[in-house]
Design a protein around this ligand. Structure first.
Ligand code: FAD
Length: 302
């Protein structure tokens, strides 16, 4: 069996694997897609100490760094079940069962898509999902935020300070964000809110040039010219394969303590699949280190 088996090969998993391997313990890492969400990212400007890098380049360095150590790297493998008996068992889609004394879950998350024409086509060409990451790219420009929940309205307030104008599109007749966020939003001079509207299409040529939506009460179609669209309709953690006795929030995020431990002894978690309030590369790496050190502490006590 492994001492530490890391499930997920994004920034959190890579960091956890390196920290574990540096303790000289038997470490494995399995990942469906090594690099994780970083592989979908073009410019990265907030990975501190590196002024600018690009997703695939960072993903390649993550893998190269992991391979500096004695770590079993299992790529293109998907975990489908986790159980605990004498050891923690992780079953793969291909039927193999891996055993380990501790497991670190770092399966990340995915942004929910709106699924309208133009969204996939203009991803990274005006369609964005992370205001902390991509907000500054739209300085002085007009952007839309799709989604009027807390994350959408937080994004709109954030973007209003950077961009020239923010248009918020909410499907429901009312915003779902907390009242305090709505008050703050409505106090800003450069924000327009459209409620009860359905996004129809993100338009553009080589990059985004506008958004079309339908007013649900009148059926009228409207088009707004703008340069960017932030989709903020939810981040879904990749945790639906886990057993019920690993505690999760109502959003499906694995609940961890400050040692990265979950409610199941020996199982730790890190990164975007957890209840960490902010989902960023640097934060995932930090929590991966925490989870590995937490797992090591657990091992020397059991
Ligand atoms: P992920 O990167 O999501 O990695 C999850 C890993 O788990 C992957 O290897 C995946 O294949 C694997 N996996 C999932 N399920 C299973 C399973 N069942 N079995 C096996 N493996 C599984 N952050 C920044 O700090 N700066 C940025 O500029 C930035 N830009 C972004 C741009 C885009 C378009 C996106 C989508 C995100 C961006 N982020 C950015 C966020 C950042 O990418 C994430 O916070 C970070 O990648 C999370 O790391 P993670 O390791 O927790 O999860």
């Amino acid at each position: 069996p492994y001492d530490v088996l890391v499930v997920g090969g994004g920034p959190a998993g890579a960091s956890a694997a390196i920290y574990a391997a540096r303790k000289g313990i038997r470490t494995g890492i399995l990942a469906e897609r090594f690099g994780g969400q970083v592989m979908d990212t073009v410019g990265i400007e907030n990975f501190i100490s590196t002024k600018y890098t690009e997703g695939p380049k960072l993903a390649a360095s993550l893998e190269e760094h992991v391979k500096e150590y004695n770590v079993d790297v299992m790529k293109l493998q998907r975990a489908v079940r986790l159980d605990k008996s004498d050891f923690i068992e992780v079953e793969l889609e291909n039927g193999a069962v891996l055993k380990s004394k501790t497991v670190i879950l770092s399966t990340g998350a995915r942004w929910r898509n709106v699924g309208v024409p133009g969204e996939a086509e203009f991803k990274n060409k005006g369609v964005a999902y992370c205001p902390h990451c991509d907000g500054p790219l739209f300085a002085g420009k007009h952007v839309a935020v799709i989604g009027g929940g807390n994350s959408g309205i937080e994004a709109a307030i954030d973007l209003a300070g950077i961009t020239s104008h923010v248009t918020v599109l909410e499907f429901a007749p009312e915003l779902k964000a907390d009242a305090v966020l709505q008050d703050r939003l409505y106090s800003l001079p450069n924000v327009t809110v459209h409620k009860n509207v359905q996004t129809k299409e993100i338009t553009g040529t080589d990059k985004v040039n506008g958004i079309s939506y339908i007013e649900r009460d009148t059926g009228a179609e409207k088009h707004v010219e703008l340069e960017g669209v932030f989709v903020q309709i939810g981040l879904v953690p990749n945790t639906d394969w886990l057993p019920d006795h690993i505690e999760r929030t109502r959003f499906g995020e694995v609940v961890v303590n400050n040692h990265g431990a979950t409610s199941l002894p020996g199982v730790f978690a890190a990164g975007d699949c957890t209840n960490s309030p902010y989902k960023q590369i640097i934060i995932s790496m930090g929590s991966g280190a925490t989870a590995a050190l937490g797992a090591f502490d657990y091992l020397i006590r059991h």
